[in-house]
Design a protein around this ligand. Structure first.
Ligand SMILES: Cc1cc2nc3c(=O)[nH]c(=O)nc-3n(C[C@H](O)[C@H](O)[C@H](O)COP(=O)(O)OP(=O)(O)OC[C@H]3O[C@@H](n4cnc5c(N)ncnc54)[C@H](O)[C@@H]3O)c2cc1C
Length: 446
């Protein structure tokens, strides 16, 4: 009889903190915890970190600078802490542009490969075990609501990771849902559109900018041209207001322009396998149509071609935790501040829903996000971090961007450290205390 090598034997791993998901939030939380000498296991579905920013090819770090009616060439930075640290390293590695104009504010274009390498750099710590190509499939729940880790699936088989605290940085509130803790989906189940992003190479960026200007939100003449071409049935381009970003590489644009919807015009929700599959196929077909339109109509794009797309369609919104506080649409619009605020955001509401994206600016101001947005209404030993925070539909259309997801991970890392050191339940940690700790760690919240 042939003896099989047993690679599927059961094993249980232990950590102070298990982090599910290696997007911006997961990376920030892992780095923060490890820097405070806590043992971390981070599991990530892909073979690299970055989530929506890398696999979804989001393109830029939004949310660092304030918007202004009189946009000068001097952006006002209002988000620091881990976001700033990560941006500096990425910039040193040549993978982050200087601020570029985006409507009434600025953003910074990143190279997705450098993003991955920068994450590797921040996770290279003896206290961190990274498990790539691993999916959390079940939560380990003690009693009714104490979370003690998760079951992880890899090619080696399934095994348990047991932890004192679990951070759900999956973007989709997966662990919250697996634990049966309160959660919700968008506006009564309606979520924002996915977008398939792609990179266009061999663009004469100089000519392109001379014609269309420095602002990465394309001018009205491009929008009008798209509408006209659609009417003439020359192309089928479902989104007319589009964003094209020159990147850190020569002759390249990152194109945020597709609008992926269901057969009857409904928003697709990637939690459902049918919607997710349809979004991928539709995304691939749309990018070809846009690339053809660019090549045939836009100055500077005459010799361009598609270099690649995101590894997956970009997902803006799925399931979120129903938290002790739900960030309100009005908190964003009115620039609300909280004593327990652990992150700030100057980013507008940028809602990708319906015919065209709606952008509602917050001018010369920021709003804050309190710690209670990351604590489920009930449940212990668990936080969320990242875009699956507790926030209303339009509020999350602002609060989900990368600079803020880094900030949330930074804050939740510190909240977990305090909970472990002082033996205080996760749900009892005071946001005001975390704000002080974050200020001592460079966040500049006051
Ligand atoms: C089309 C599009 C364009 C965007 N453009 C911008 C932009 O220009 N600038 C900007 O700042 N933001 C942009 N965003 C938003 C931003 O990219 C994301 O909101 C942000 O990256 C979210 O970070 P996160 O860490 O919360 O989650 P994610 O980035 O979603 O990361 C979650 C991670 O968890 C992993 N994961 C999920 N479930 C499991 C599981 N069960 N087990 C193991 N691993 C799991 C995923 O693989 C992923 O890596 C865009 C988003 C989209 C979709």
């Amino acid at each position: 009889m042939i003896k099989q090598l047993d690679v599927r034997k059961n094993e249980t791993l232990f950590a102070d903190v298990l982090i599910v998901g290696g997007g911006a939030a997961g990376v920030a939380a892992a780095h923060t915890l490890a820097s405070e000498n806590k043992k971390v296991i981070i599991v990530e579905k892909y073979g690299f970190c970055g989530g929506g920013a890398v696999a979804g090819l989001s393109g830029t770090i939004c949310g660092m600078y304030e918007a202004s009616e009189k946009l000068t060439n001097k952006p006002k930075q209002s988000v620091f802490g881990f976001t700033d640290k990560f941006a500096k390293v990425m910039s040193e590695k040549g993978g982050l542009s200087e601020p570029v104009k985006y409507g009434k504010t600025f953003t910074r274009v990143h190279d997705p490969l450098v993003w991955r390498e920068t994450a590797d750099f921040f996770l290279n710590n003896k206290n961190i075990t990274i498990i790539f190509h691993a999916i959390a499939t079940h939560a380990l729940v003690e009693g009714k609501e104490k979370i003690e880790g998760a079951v992880i699936w890899t090619k080696q088989g399934s095994f348990e990771v047991r932890s004192k605290i679990t951070i759900d940085a999956s973007g989709d509130a997966d662990v919250i849902a697996m634990s049966g803790l309160p959660n919700f989906i968008g506006d009564n189940g309606k979520v924002q559109n996915p977008t398939m992003i792609f990179r266009l190479l061999n663009v004469n960026v100089k000519k392109f900018k001379e014609k269309y200007g420095e602002n990465t939100i394309m001018p009205i003449e491009v929008t009008d041209l798209i509408i006209k071409m659609n009417k003439l049935k020359k192309y089928n381009l479902p989104r007319a207001k589009i964003w094209l970003f020159p990147t850190t590489r020569e002759n390249e644009l990152i194109c945020n322009c597709t609008r992926i919807i269901g057969l009857n015009g409904e928003e697709l929700n990637s939690l459902y396998w049918k919607d997710f599959t349809m979004a991928e196929i539709q995304g691939r077909s749309q990018i070809r149509e846009y690339a053809k339109f660019f090549k045939e109509n836009l100055i500077g794009c005459e010799n361009s071609f598609v270099n690649d797309t995101g590894v997956q369609v970009g997902i803006r919104q799925t399931r979120q935790v129903d938290g002790k506080y739900k960030l309100k649409n009005n908190d964003v619009v009115k620039g609300k501040k909280f004593k327990t605020g652990i992150a700030r955001s100057p980013w507008p509401i940028e809602l990708h829903s319906g015919q065209k994206p709606k952008v509602e600016w917050l001018i010369d101001d920021v709003y804050e996000i309190p710690l209670d947005c990351f604590k489920p209404k009930k449940g212990k030993g668990i936080y969320v971090a990242g875009r699956c925070l507790s926030a209303e539909h339009e509020a999350v259309a602002s609060a989900r961007v990368t600079a803020q997801c880094f900030s949330y991970g930074h804050a939740i890392g510190h909240a977990s450290v305090l909970s472990l050191n002082e033996k205080i339940d996760t749900d009892k940690i005071d946001g005001a205390e975390i704000r002080k700790i974050l200020n001592n760690d460079g966040a500049q919240l006051d």
